[in-house]
Design a protein around this ligand. Structure first.
Ligand SMILES: [Zn+2]
Length: 392
């Protein structure tokens, strides 16, 4: 087994958690100090990271570590440096940015999602490098804004940095499951425009709220139809069409029929469901009886469906088996990750695997088992060795 710096990876995770890298401009916070810490660690090891801003002050940090062992594939390790807000402090029993270790767990915002995973990618690559020459190379990437619009991953793709990459391991917390599939997300905004009128004389207006009613009923039927046509995926479950925001009228103006009503819809898809077709069907449902409907696509992240036979998945599964002594468990990512962007827009097969529980992300008292960080670092190092040597 490749020897990893167990103490180093845990301490580096603590140092990352102690940086409050939420994207919160009002408090002067973003992921930059965390990205700088990653960059400094890379330089300490003699790597030459390239820093490129995905948005002003929001850097991606990318280092290419050449194996020096001849021709071979390129493996990408990916992590993000931003975290979601800590939320209401009174719901935490630990300091969210303390990086405290207690009861074998490392606590704090980002401990699972995904500073431990990011640290594991760095220390795994370093361990492999110190173990001797290897074929090909590893691209170690710490990207910005995964929790927002995934600006970091989109920027990475737009800079052409996916060229020549043969596979990516995304270190999100998946409780040790190997997730080569991820749900798709389609977020829509529907603006229904009618004609404003006095509530006492509705005959002179066209009420968009009535169109909202039929749209909501129609969305139920659309969901039933999609679920019937696309049976539940073994790892991803069902397609969902969920209205989440409704905006119309004013509480101060109960006697006014508003001109416009807006409905926001969060659609979650599985492989096979076409986003374009779903958006078109929502548009058809929304247009009725003198009300015009405009459908805007706010977010369009297709589902990911990488076969388990893909070399990057196979190498990871073989590494999991040899390091943990356990059979790999395959799962699915309920949301989307930077892997969605890398696979769909960058054309790279991606797989998600990392330390920390699937459901602990974004919650109060987030934690990761210390032992899991070290084990995952070993799995990453072994997965890289196998992938780059074609041994899977
Ligand atoms: Zn994450």
């Amino acid at each position: 087994m490749i020897d990893v710096d167990a103490r180093g990876v845990v301490e580096f995770t603590q140092a990352l958690v102690r940086i409050p890298s939420t994207n919160d401009p009002a408090r002067g916070r973003n992921e930059r100090p965390a990205a700088e810490l990653v960059e400094a660690k890379m330089r300490e090891w003699g790597w030459e990271p390239v820093v490129s801003e995905a948005a002003p002050g929001r850097p991606n940090v990318v280092a290419v570590v050449e194996g020096g062992g001849g021709d071979g594939p390129t493996l990408m390790f990916e992590g993000h440096t931003d975290v979601v807000t800590e939320g209401d402090l009174s719901t935490w029993t630990v300091d969210p940015f303390g990086g405290e270790i207690r009861d074998g767990r490392l606590w704090g915002r980002g401990s699972a999602d995904m500073k431990s995973g990011l640290a594991a990618t760095l220390y795994a690559t370093r361990a492999l490098q110190l173990a001797g020459p290897f074929p090909g190379r590893i691209k170690v990437c710490a990207l910005a804004d995964e929790e927002g619009l995934m600006l970091g991953a989109h920027h990475f793709v737009s800079e052409g940095l996916t060229a020549g990459v043969d596979g990516a391991i995304v270190a999100e917390p998946e409780a040790g499951e190997i997730c080569a599939v991820a749900k798709g997300a389609l977020r829509l905004r529907v603006d229904l425009t009618g004609k404003m009128a006095h509530g006492a004389m509705p005959q002179h207006g066209r009420n968009p709220l009535e169109a909202v009613g039929s749209l909501l009923v129609g969305l139920r039927a659309l969901q039933r139809d999609l679920q019937a046509r696309h049976p539940a995926h073994e790892h991803l479950g069902e397609v969902y069409v969920t209205p989440t925001v409704l905006r119309a009228g004013s509480e101060e103006q109960v006697n006014v029929i508003p001109a416009v009503a807006s409905v926001f819809i969060d659609v979650r898809t599985i492989p096979g469901a076409e986003h374009k077709e779903i958006a078109d069907r929502v548009a058809a449902l929304a247009a009725c009886g003198g009300i015009t409907a405009d459908v805007s696509i706010l977010v369009d992240r297709p589902p990911v469906d990488v076969p388990v036979s893909d070399p990057v998945v196979a190498a990871l599964a073989a590494a999991h088996r040899s390091v943990t002594g356990e059979e790999p468990v395959y799962g699915g990512v309920p949301g989307s990750t930077d892997g969605t962007v890398l696979t769909h827009w960058g054309g790279i097969p991606s797989v998600v695997y990392g330390p920390g529980g699937k459901w602990i992300a974004h919650q109060a008292d987030e934690y990761v088992e210390v032992e899991e960080i070290v084990r995952c670092t070993r799995v990453f190092a072994e997965a890289a060795r196998r992938f780059l040597n074609g041994d899977h």
